[in-house]
Design a protein around this ligand. Structure first.
Ligand SMILES: Nc1ncnc2c1ncn2[C@@H]1O[C@H](COP(=O)(O)OP(=O)(O)OP(=O)(O)O)[C@@H](O)[C@H]1O
Ligand SMILES: [Mg+2]
Length: 313
């Protein structure tokens, strides 16, 4: 009996001793495990963060390369990829900047000879009636083509100014309805459109730029769309809208995303005789410069809406 009790006591003692001895070992093992996990987890978390930053466009993102294990090699590969990406994006930007400068320079160089050519064709056209039929037709044609070329060069110069960030807003406090009505009047469009232009909506705007926008939208509605063309000006609490709608064929869904692109013309068949396809691109840049926007909606006819903020950001 006694030996049984002794054995139980010994067993308990052994167990206690084992527990006392094992506790630090287990602790050390757990700590070592945690440290090892941290050693792997941290670089992985760093990599995740770096990849996200790279995806957000911060191409200068690099990872520290520590040691020579798999993770270090991965970090090295990440850095090489990021550097290559940064290099090619830099080259692309440089090329784009160069081609934009080229367009600006060429347009500028063309202005002087075009002005001289215009002076000559003006004289030719004025005398066209006194020429024989063929020569008269040729004179008028050359005059129209020179005018077209002049407009294209002016548009290219305007676009170049936007690209260079050199477009300046000359703001004037004005009655928007009155300004839009004046634009229609100077182009002789008053009879051709139904205008709902309430007076009393005041806003600081660049009058020349507003005129460019309205002239292209209404010009497009008359040229590419069909009557009746309606203009509707509305003032909301935060913004005002000017909608230009026509009852023409409108724009197919696959065309809508492209109408504001430069040189885009939906009707390629008439491409030669019509405008340059820069009108809507310029109109939209002008809207953006005001902190507003220009959008198009599908409809039976085309509906273009100019939105301008009533409060400056
Ligand atoms: N109201 C409209 N109805 C149908 N198609 C339109 C309308 N407005 C624009 N488009 C289409 O969008 C294209 C681009 O218009 P945009 O004003 O940019 O160029 P454009 O009028 O052809 O030339 P530009 O305005 O430079 O003289 C037009 O060629 C036309 O195909
Ligand atoms: Mg146009």
């Amino acid at each position: 009996m006694e030996s049984l009790a002794q054995a139980a006591a010994d067993e308990a003692a052994v167990l206690r001793a084992a527990q006392t001895a094992a506790a630090p070992v287990v602790l050390v093992a757990v700590l070592a495990g945690l440290l090892a996990a941290r050693g792997v987890l941290r670089p992985v978390a760093d990599l995740d963060r770096a990849a996200r930053r790279l995806g957000e466009g911060r191409l200068e993102t690099r990872l520290p390369v520590r040691g020579g294990d798999e993770l270090a090699r991965l970090a090295g590969r990440f850095n090489e990829t990021a550097a290559a990406l940064e290099r090619s994006v830099g080259e692309l930007r440089e090329m784009e900047a160069r081609s934009r400068r080229f367009v600006a320079d060429v347009s500028h160089e063309l202005r002087t000879p075009l002005a001289a050519a215009t002076a000559v064709t003006d004289v030719l056209e004025a005398g066209a009636d006194r020429l024989d039929a063929d020569a008269g037709t040729a004179a008028r044609m050359v005059s129209a083509e020179v005018a077209r070329l002049t407009r294209l060069v002016d548009d290219l110069m305007e676009i170049s100014r936007f690209d260079a960030g050199a477009a300046v807003l000359n703001l004037n406090e004005m009655d928007v309805g009155t300004a839009v009505a004046a634009c229609l009047r100077t182009r002789g469009w008053t009879g051709a459109v139904t205008a709902d232009l309430p007076e009393g909506i005041h806003l600081p705007l660049d009058p020349r730029r507003l005129d460019v926008i309205v002239a292209n939208l209404v010009g497009n509605a008359l040229r590419h769309g069909a009557p009746p063309v309606t203009l509707t000006l509305r003032a909301g609490e935060r913004e005002l809208t000017l909608a230009v709608a026509d009852h023409g064929p409108g724009l197919p869904a696959d065309v809508l995303p492209h109408v504001f692109e430069r040189f885009y013309k939906a009707d390629a068949a008439r491409a030669r005789s019509e405008g340059s396809g820069l009108g809507l691109a310029i109109a939209r840049e002008n809207a953006l410069l005001h902190g507003g926007d220009l959008t198009v909606a599908p409809g039976p006819g085309a509906v273009f809406t100019l939105t301008l903020p009533r409060t400056r950001p």
